[in-house]
Design a protein around this ligand. Structure first.
Ligand SMILES: [Zn+2]
Length: 478
């Protein structure tokens, strides 16, 4: 049974769904890369401002971040929205691969929906809070550059999340699920080496190769792999390796991502990688400069919030799909081989995953099964999860088995499958936020779990104090 305020909030979302769908489709069309989401930020922040939210733009030194607040006092319930797109996944609203933009940017992670589902939930909550006299503050966080700049980590460092009592976030996915898996902590760092040019054949003795330094550093790290914790990941690319072979390169650059299940494990590995970089510089008589781009923590799950989310999903009920939508989903799913789908399901470790091979759009609501598991990706939601109980849940937006960051996700995020996921998720956020506002026992349970999970540990920003947000990361550098 839904409470009266919740029923009214869901009704508000139903009555205003075309407004939310229109906003999500506009963000889909803008398709802006991280830290360049000016149009998306403007659209979402203006919608909240128009409805009486107090908006602060450009928080934490990030021009495309904002915080929109409504109400006053405790509790403060945070809702996060992302709106950055990805390179390489541009796609038309069709179920077969057809890029839309020549620059290749598209919403292959569905962040156009991410930004608007939280906004819809926040607006609905605000509408009924006023009418029902519910006390507290709803705070919407406009979070830029999740994919490439970890916007939230800079926002946490600037104190933007201070005083928040719980944080809700929705991510499009293939399931309706409040997962409990952790994620990997990471550091993203560039190493610049500076040497001396010379004729590579006529006077090699005068040259000092920056490319040698990059290669020797990589060799050192590849030997290090055997002597780090099992789940650590170290990957690199050579971004700049010289101009032509008959000139000894005086400049070369590599870009590293270093990941591990716990923050202090990344810190330890990073110190060792710095020694290897210094060693490579010493061996080659080159100079070395470290450019620290960003870092994140591992994610703390919240069973209390997961259970609330799952219960609300079940009460609200999954979207019904039309014949046309199912035909679209089936056509799109033809691009996923049965073997790939099977592997995705197996990897999820979902109970009885074998029975899901024939499911197209998953309308079920499984209980969280993955506590103690580590998903092998990283997210800036993790840093927020150390400040207050946080839950990022998913709703079915694309067929089961669809890979992340793909053209298929772009297609679904801009079409009715995505629209239905958006409206459903807005309702789940509204219902869960209202539970948190009106039933203190829920917040208390979430906090006692959070205190247990953080016992003996303190969060300190993984960013070096001198680090600045990489706002210019899309500019070509030498
Ligand atoms: Zn994402």
């Amino acid at each position: 049974m839904l409470e009266k305020a919740t029923t009214q909030a869901l009704k508000w979302i139903e009555e205003n769904k075309f407004l939310l769908i229109e906003a999500s489709d506009k963000v889909w069309e803008f398709s802006e890369l991280g830290f360049l989401e000016f149009q998306s930020m403007k659209l979402l922040s203006s919608m909240l401002e128009k409805e009486g939210f107090q908006v602060e733009r450009g928080v934490a030194g990030l021009p495309t971040a904002f915080v929109a607040s409504w109400g006053s006092g405790k509790p403060v319930i945070g809702v996060m929205g992302e709106y950055d797109a990805l390179l390489g996944v541009s796609q038309k609203k069709t179920p077969v691969k057809e890029p839309l933009n020549i620059n290749g940017v598209g919403h292959g992670c569905g962040h156009n929906i991410h930004g608007v589902s939280g906004l819809g939930g926040s607006l609905a909550v605000k509408t009924v809070m006023g009418k029902a006299g519910i006390k507290g503050t709803v705070r919407f966080y406009g979070c830029p550059a999740e994919e490439s700049g970890s916007g939230k980590v800079w926002m946490v460092r600037a104190g933007v999340f201070n005083g928040v009592d719980a944080v809700l976030s929705h991510h499009p996915g293939a399931m309706n699920y409040g997962g409990l898996a952790s994620s990997l902590a990471n550091n993203s760092v560039k190493f610049h080496f500076y040497g001396k040019t010379s004729h590579a054949a006529a006077s090699p003795e005068q040259g000092r190769s920056a490319l040698d330094a990059v290669e020797l550093m990589n060799i050192g790290v590849n030997y290090l792999r055997e002597h780090v914790v099992q789940d650590a990941r170290m990957h690199y690319v050579i971004e700049s390796g010289g101009g032509q072979p008959n000139v000894v390169p005086d400049y070369a650059r590599s870009w590293y991502l270093i990941r591990a299940p716990e923050r202090d494990q990344v810190d330890n590995i990073y110190v060792r990688i710095l020694k290897i970089a210094e060693g490579a510089s010493l061996m080659t008589e080159t100079k070395m400069r470290v450019e620290f781009l960003k870092a994140v923590y591992n994610k703390l799950p919240s069973r209390a919030l997961s259970e609330m989310i799952t219960a609300n999903m079940r009460t609200i009920g999954a979207p019904e799909y039309t014949e046309e939508e199912l035909v679209f989903a089936a056509k799109l799913a033809e691009s996923i081989t049965p073997e790939a789908k099977r592997e995705t399901l197996r990897k999820s470790k979902r109970p009885e995953w074998e029975s899901l091979q024939s499911v197209l759009m998953d309308r079920s609501f499984p209980d969280a099964w993955d506590e103690g598991e580590v998903s092998h990706g990283s997210t800036d939601v993790s840093d927020v999860s150390w400040i207050a109980p946080t839950m990022e849940f998913s709703t079915a937006t694309w067929p089961l088995g669809t890979p992340g960051h793909s053209w298929m996700n772009t297609a679904c995020s801009g079409t009715p499958l995505g629209h239905k996921s958006l409206i459903f998720a807005s309702k789940v956020i509204a219902a869960t936020a209202l539970d948190l506002f009106t039933k203190p026992e829920y917040l208390n349970a979430a906090w006692s779990e959070h205190k247990n999970r953080t016992r003996g540990k303190t969060y300190s920003s993984p960013l070096p104090p001198e680090a600045k947000p990489p706002l210019d990361m899309w500019e070509k550098k030498n």
